[in-house]
Ligand binder design. Structure first.
Ligand code: ATP
Ligand code: MN
Length: 466
């Protein structure tokens, strides 16, 4: 019989009806079971959640070869596709030849059985992509990244690459990681004894970015509408299920958008992404729903089918005060809302995604457009069930004088912001934007509860290993 030379992905076979034809598949063994006469090998190659059932007639194969086909081993199999007699799959491959690429010693391979805890899998982040759960999550992650680019491309936005290393510490979104090539045990010092950053790599202190927004605004004020999609870094010591030290953020920025347009875009964008996941990741979502979260697709559909409720921070605070609910952090006007408050509004009160606007200026960044009440700014946070804040954004202050006054009030170093202020000096216009945390989106779409489980290699305080 002629052996096929070209490999076929398992995703192309599990729904195939090309019965009687020969195929070559390559992948990793999930399980092997059987008896003296026949071996059933569940093979997965990462292309989809499904395994291909390979059936091997024990007598037709070398005994040692079959003995080494164990969970985790990597093999190539040629065989004939036939309808499956067994339950749980509609096709199987009757093996005619098996080639062993790499063994996986059953005594030491960590992923022997099914049903490892997510905590255990975090400790073996180098192997967890081999599990069904992480295969599903990582494929969904890919699909969402692709959908984000598609959405913006289809809407005339340009992908702008903003810097990862920045010498401005005005981004204001959180504590930063310093980037230096100075010898930390013996840094050069100025006469007054301070570290002499003139001798550092960039000639001044530099950090990893916490947000691409400020540079994104420069792009919007030239190209009209841009988005960034890159890694951001926050050196906060917040060990929560919703915070990473390194995460990916999507930041669209649009000239001529006011806060209403910004909210419309955020809602349409999120709904597009969720619809995309439902359409293109159905098998992976079905697996996650079955294993982890029985309400997953209901929740996704619910967000898709309902208009997001929009109200002001002040109205939100009034609802929380009137609620009589007990919170760990008591509510008062002026405070930064905690996740418990955000989730109360979304899950208990409105039972719907919420966009809160017009926050007190004290708790928001200097660049947000000030309202005429003198107290609030045109911020907008999108709050989601189970997550809390998923998007934070605002209309930006376009008035040079108002912005400069705010910079002075907050005692920010104006000399570092000259380039940013230039956008208001030359051809200023109303503009807006927001930041979507990619992993927060993935928490929502996958139903996972810990943000460490939706990024391949999570970085959190005291953890940058595998
Ligand atoms: P939070 O209040 O939840 O800590 P933030 O207000 O500090 O978030 P922003 O600066 O507004 O966050 O960032 C925009 C978006 O980036 C957030 O809405 C969230 O989706 C995401 N994000 C912020 N910090 C983190 C983090 N440490 N890990 C993962 N995602 C984050
Ligand atoms: Mn925010």
């Amino acid at each position: 019989m002629e052996q096929p030379q070209i490999r076929t992905k398992i995703s192309e076979l599990v729904y195939s009806d090309a019965f009687g034809q020969n195929f070559l598949v390559k992948g990793w063994v999930r399980t092997k079971r059987g008896n003296k006469h026949v071996a059933f090998i569940a093979l997965n190659d990462g292309s989809c959640i499904h395994n291909l059932q390979v059936v091997a007639d024990v007598a037709a194969f070398d005994e040692e070869l079959l003995r080494n086909v164990t969970t985790g081993a990597c093999v190539a199999v040629c065989g004939k596709l036939v309808p499956s007699q067994g339950q749980g799959q509609s096709v199987e491959l009757q093996a005619t030849s098996i080639y062993l690429y790499g063994k996986a010693d059953p005594d030491v391979y960590p992923l022997q059985k099914k049903g490892h805890s997510l905590e255990f899998l975090r400790e073996i982040a180098h192997l967890r992509p081999r599990t069904q759960t992480f295969g599903a999550i990582l494929r969904i992650r890919h699909a969402m990244a692709f959908a984000i680019h598609k959405y913006f491309n289809d809407h005339g936005f340009f992908y702008l690459h903003t810097p990862i290393i920045t010498a401005s510490d005005c981004e204001g979104a959180g504590a930063m990681f310093q980037v230096t090539t100075l010898n930390l045990s013996e840094p050069p010092r100025t006469e007054s004894g301070e570290v002499d950053y003139a001798q550092d790599f960039f000639g001044k202190p530099a950090n990893l970015t916490v947000s691409g927004q400020l540079e994104g605004e420069l792009g919007a004020m030239a190209l009209g509408a841009i988005y960034t999609f890159g890694p951001t870094f926050r050196a906060e010591n917040s060990n929560t299920p919703r915070h990473l030290s390194e995460f990916w953020m999507i930041e669209p920025e649009m000239a001529f958008y006011e806060i209403q347009d910004n909210m419309d875009l955020a809602e349409d964008f999120l709904k597009f992404l969720i619809a995309y996941a439902l359409e293109h990741c159905a098998d992976d979502l079905a697996f996650l729903e079955k294993m982890y979260d029985a309400e997953l697709t209901d929740r996704l559909r619910f967000v898709l089918d309902n208009r997001f409720v929009r109200l002001s921070y002040t109205e939100g605070v009034e609802i929380l005060l009137r609620s009589g609910a007990k919170f760990e952090f008591p509510v008062s006007w002026g405070m930064d809302l905690q996740s418990e408050h955000e989730r109360y509004l979304v899950e208990q009160h409105f039972r719907c995604p919420v966009i809160l606007t017009d926050y007190p200026k004290e708790i928001k960044a200097f660049y947000m457009k000030q309202n005429t009440d003198g107290k609030t700014v045109r911020a907008m946070d999108v709050l989601f069930p189970k997550i809390g804040e998923i998007i934070g954004g605002s209309q930006r202050e376009e008035d040079l004088e108002v912005l400069q006054r705010r910079v002075e009030e907050l005692d920010l170093p104006q000399k570092d912001l000259w380039w940013y202020l230039d956008t208001r000096r030359f051809g200023s216009a109303p503009h807006s934007g927001f930041g979507l945390g990619f992993e927060r989106l993935l928490l929502f779409v996958t139903g996972m509860v810990n943000i460490r489980d939706v990024i391949p290699f999570p970085r959190t305080p005291k953890n940058a290993d595998f």
